[in-house]
Design a protein around this ligand. Sequence first.
Ligand code: UDP
Length: 143
Amino acid sequence: MAIERTLSIIKPDAVAKNVIGEIYARFEKAGLRIIAAKMLHLSREQAEGFYAVHQQRPFFKDLVDFMISGPVMVQVLEGENAIQVNRDLMGATDPRKAALGTIRADFANTVDENAVHGSDGLETAKTEVDYFFSTQEICNRTR
Ligand code: UDP
């Protein structure tokens, strides 16, 4: 299996619930390393740009409004098969359908406010990491 990087966001609902540490613990227990992290209060432009792929979807405006409603915690996770490992930790988009013990099952209330974001493929992961982090902000943790 390949060592991958993926972009993770702890969304405003989960930051407000004060569960950043609990979510980080799940990443670490699953073998993912945090190699960059920052707390940001996104501007409307930043959120719209990040979710540009969903621009035509009916939930786009509500999604952007939610993502700028409070600070988010953004991190780059690295590890074997990191993209899928993180998606498995997150659970299904709709927390009512998310498997027991996943982040969304435990911390999210609705499909609109669902606690976390995680890149869904290699190409998106690269684009999303580059959207938030410069090369200098990402640490080498191979030691
Ligand atoms: N979303 C929403 N309403 C919907 C579907 C999606 O608000 O009916 C939001 C939700 O926050 C989700 C994001 O749009 O996490 C991106 O949707 P996607 O289908 O890519 O889900 P994800 O990859 O986050 O599981």
